[in-house]
Design a protein around this ligand. Sequence first.
Ligand SMILES: NC(=O)c1ccc[n+]([C@@H]2O[C@H](COP(=O)([O-])OP(=O)(O)OC[C@H]3O[C@@H](n4cnc5c(N)ncnc54)[C@H](OP(=O)(O)O)[C@@H]3O)[C@@H](O)[C@H]2O)c1
Length: 273
Amino acid sequence: MRLENKIAIVTASTKGIGKAIATSFVAEGATVYLAVRNKELGNALAEELNQMGPGAAKVAYCDACQLDSYKPMVEEVLADAGRIDILVNNFGGTNPTKDLDIVHGKWSDFSKDIETNLGSVFITSHYVLNKAMVKQKSGSIINIGSIAGITNDYKQCAYGTAKAGIIHLSQQIAVQVGQYGVRCNVVCPGMTATAAVTDNLPPAYIEKFGKATPLMRMATPEEIAAAVTYFASDESAFTTGQVLSVEGGYASVPATYSDDVGSAAMKRKKNKK
Ligand SMILES: NC(=O)c1ccc[n+]([C@@H]2O[C@H](COP(=O)([O-])OP(=O)(O)OC[C@H]3O[C@@H](n4cnc5c(N)ncnc54)[C@H](OP(=O)(O)O)[C@@H]3O)[C@@H](O)[C@H]2O)c1
């Protein structure tokens, strides 16, 4: 029970990685506020999680794309719980049909993605720090970045830039609030088996991405949640400003090698047998 008596907020947590994080936190003894836009889905998940520990999961409304909905959400959690020990800024995403390269992408689409992906991390952290963690002189913020913020791409200019910004912002937060006993770290997932991937990307692309990964598969949401739970717990009490990529080695493969990755990966698979 690494998170016993801790109060946590996990944004955008009705499914996928957010749900896995909330589930892991409840299993470790925390009370989790699911900050969600869809209360019906949020209530259904809270009911499921409350089977693991009565009262362990609650819902707080927050539309992650509306920056003015973060302050009331934080106030609602504080009014109910009296403190906030852990904040996970899990919200993130993009529209691949609009998030193009620098030549073809539009400023309006780019700036909207930066505002929602990066702005949401600033604004939630700002309120949680001011209203709770700085006064408490303790807390752990974990931001969900992406391997897209570390490697580069031929498209998704906005998403990659926002996720890279999240890494730098997290390190700034770590430096600026360490004096109050608050930590801030980043988990960068590689491709992970959630609806964001399986509903939006062609199977051939998913397969190719898997082959370009030394561990030869996608991550599971639970594998991402395990890294987040580590940063949330006192096991990482002296760790702040750090970036943990959970991506099966994807970013370590040299580009020249990944060009030929399909056949190279098949060879490795054969050699393994
Ligand atoms: N999956 C990957 O391969 C991958 C890789 C790298 C990084 N990431 C990052 O991991 C995080 C989670 O991604 P995921 O793959 O778990 O996504 P997902 O399975 O598509 O789930 C998205 C979650 O975000 C919620 N959401 C979407 N828009 C929202 C809004 N405006 N307000 C509140 N909630 C909203 C959805 O809630 P509803 O039920 O209301 O739609 C859902 O709970 C993101 O930051 C993403 O960038 C994912």
